[in-house]
Design a protein around this ligand. Structure first.
Ligand code: PA5
Length: 428
C-alpha cells in the first residue's frame, strides 16, 4: 500500500478496530465543540491564504541570510521548540544548508554559562536577533533579550534597530511596547493561537526560513493535513484515530507514552511533541506522561526497561519510509568483522529492519505500539505531521476532559519564581 500522508496502526494489543469505533459519538461531539474553545486559530490558519505572510517572512529571511552569519532566536517553550524541531529534522547533520545560515537559540534556560559562551561565540560573527514571546513578559526570554539587545547596541550602535526582529502579540505585552518604542520590525503571533500551537506562524516560520527550510512546502503539507483532518468521521481521520488509541491505552492503565523514532534528526521534534502533549494534557491529576526515545541509540540504554521493565508504557513509533541521504555498507575483502553479508544493503535499509525487529521484540515484551508511518522525511510531510499532532492533541485532551489550550501549572512556576526573586530583593 502506498502511504500518501500518515497511516496509523495499533500493534501488539488486544484492542481492535471495533473498540476504536465505539468512540465515534464522543469524537463527533468533541469535534463539534472544539471551535468554541479559545485559542483555536491554529485549526484554520493553514487553510487561509498565507501568501503575503510567507512572502514577507521570506523577504526578511533573505535579508538576514545576506547580512548575518548567525540568527539568534530568543524564546522559550512554544516560542522556540517548534522552530528548533523543524530546523534539526530538515537541515544537514553537519554544517549548514546551502540555502541557510546558522540559527542558535537562547532564552530557553537561565544558565549564565550558556549565555556567556554564546556572547563570546558571536563576537567573530555578524548577528541578527529574533526575539519571540507571545506574552512578552516570560522571564527566560526577557532576561536573554535584555542582554542581547544591549550586546547588539554596543556592537552595531543605531544599526542594531535593523538587526532586531520581534515576534509578539499585535497589541499586548511589554515586548510589544519596547518594540514600538525602539522601531523594531515586528511579526505578529495571532491572538487566537497559543504558544505550543504556534509553530506554523511567524514564531516557527521565520527562524526555519533563515536556516534554509522551504516554508512553502512546510505550509503546503500543513494545509493538506488541515484539509484532510477537518473530517469528523473517526474512520477517516487518522489524527483522531491516534488520539483514541492513546486514550484507550490510558484507560487500560498505561501511564507513559514513548514517542520513538529511528532518525536522530527527530530528537528535537520529539521535544516539541513532548511539550505539546505534556502541557496540553497534564492537568487535574490526569494525562499520559509523554516521553521520547531515539532508536537504535536508546535500545542500548532504556531499551532494556521498555522490553522487560514494569509494564507502564506503550510506544508510538514514528517511521518515515524515505530519508534523504544514504550509504551502502562497504564491502571489505578482509571481512574480519564478518559483516560482508550486509554489503549489498544500505544503512537506511538496515535501520528500517531494526525498526521491524524492535516492533517484534516489543510485541514479545507485551508493549503496545501505535505505528505512525509517513512516506518521506521532508518539509511537506513534516508540515503534515505537525498539524496532525496538534489536531490529535486537542482531541486527546478533550477525551480526558481537560482544556487543551491552557497551562495553569506553568503559570504556577512563573508566579512562585517571581515571588522568590522579589522577596530576595526586599531582604537585601
Ligand atoms: O505553550 C505555551 O503557551 C507556553 O509554552 C509558552 O509558549 C511559553 O511559556 C513561552 O511563552 P511566551 O511566548 O509568552 O514567552
Amino acid at each position: 500500500m502506498i502511504i500518501e500522508t500518515v497511516k496509523t496502526t495499533l500493534l501488539n494489543c488486544s484492542l481492535v478496530e471495533s473498540d476504536i469505533i465505539k468512540y465515534k459519538n464522543r469524537v463527533q461531539a468533541i469535534h463539534d465543540a472544539l471551535p468554541q474553545y479559545e485559542l483555536t486559530g491554529w485549526m484554520d490558519s493553514p487553510l487561509q491564504d498565507q501568501d503575503a505572510l510567507l512572502a514577507s517572512i521570506e523577504l526578511v529571511a533573505s535579508e538576514i541570510r545576506a547580512c548575518a552569519d548567525v540568527l539568534v532566536v530568543v524564546g522559550v517553550g512554544g516560542s522556540f521548540l517548534g522552530a528548533r524541531a523543524i530546523q534539526e529534522a530538515l537541515m544537514p547533520y553537519f554544517g549548514l544548508a546551502k540555502s541557510g545560515i546558522e540559527v542558535v537559540y537562547v532564552g530557553l534556560n537561565m544558565s549564565g554559562a550558556y549565555i556567556n559562551e554564546l556572547l563570546a561565540y558571536l563576537d567573530s560573527k555578524q548577528v541578527y536577533v529574533n526575539v519571540i514571546s507571545k506574552s512578552g513578559g516570560t522571564m527566560e526570554p526577557a532576561l536573554a533579550f535584555r542582554t542581547m539587545r544591549l550586546y547588539m547596541e554596543e556592537r552595531y550602535g543605531e544599526k542594531a534597530t535593523e538587526r532586531i526582529i520581534v515576534t509578539t502579540d499585535a497589541e499586548k505585552g511589554i515586548l510589544k511596547g519596547i518594540s514600538d518604542e525602539a522601531g523594531y520590525r515586528q511579526f505578529v503571533i495571532p491572538s487566537d493561537i497559543g504558544g505550543r500551537f504556534s509553530v506554523l506562524t511567524p514564531v516557527g516560520l521565520l527562524p526555519v526560513a533563515v536556516a534554509g527550510v522551504d516554508i512553502r512546502s512546510l505550509m503546503a503539507g500543513a494545509k493538506r493535513s488541515a484539509e484532510e483532518l477537518i473530517e469528523s468521521d473517526l474512520s477517516k481521520n487518522d489524527a483522531y484515530k491516534y488520539a483514541v488509541m492513546r486514550h484507550m491505552l490510558y484507560e487500560e492503565g498505561y501511564s507513559i507514552e514513548l514517542l520513538a523514532s529511528f532518525e536522530p534528526g527527530l530528537n528535537k521534534f520529539h521535544e516539541w511533541w513532548k511539550q505539546l502533549f505534556g502541557e496540553s494534557e497534564g492537568k487535574e491529576k490526569k494525562g499520559l506522561y509523554p516521553s521520547t526515545v531515539n532508536f537504535s541509540t536508546d535500545l542500548h540504554s532504556i531499551g532494556q526497561f521498555i522490553q522487560d521493565g514494569k509494564p507502564i508504557l506503550f510506544e508510538t513509533l514514528l517511521h518515515f519510509h524515505e530519508i534523504e541521504g544514504d550509504l551502502k555498507v562497504p564491502f571489505d575483502s578482509r571481512n574480519e568483522d564478518g559483516l560482508n553479508y550486509l554489503s549489498h544493503r544500505t544503512f537506511n535499509e538496515i535501520n528500517a529492519i531494526s525498526k521491524q525487529g524492535t516492533a517484534l521484540a516489543h510485541a514479545e515484551g507485551g508493549v503496545p505500539v501505535i505505528q505512525l508511518e509517513l512516506p518521506k522525511l521532508d518539509a511537506y510531510h513534516l508540515g503534515y505531521l505537525i498539524y496532525f499532532f496538534m489536531k490529535a492533541c486537542a482531541m486527546s485532551a478533550c477525551l480526558l476532559e481537560v482544556n487543551p489550550f491552557d497551562q495553569p501549572g506553568v503559570e504556577a512556576y512563573k508566579r512562585k519564581m517571581l515571588e522568590l526573586l522579589q522577596v530576595g530583593e526586599m531582604a537585601k
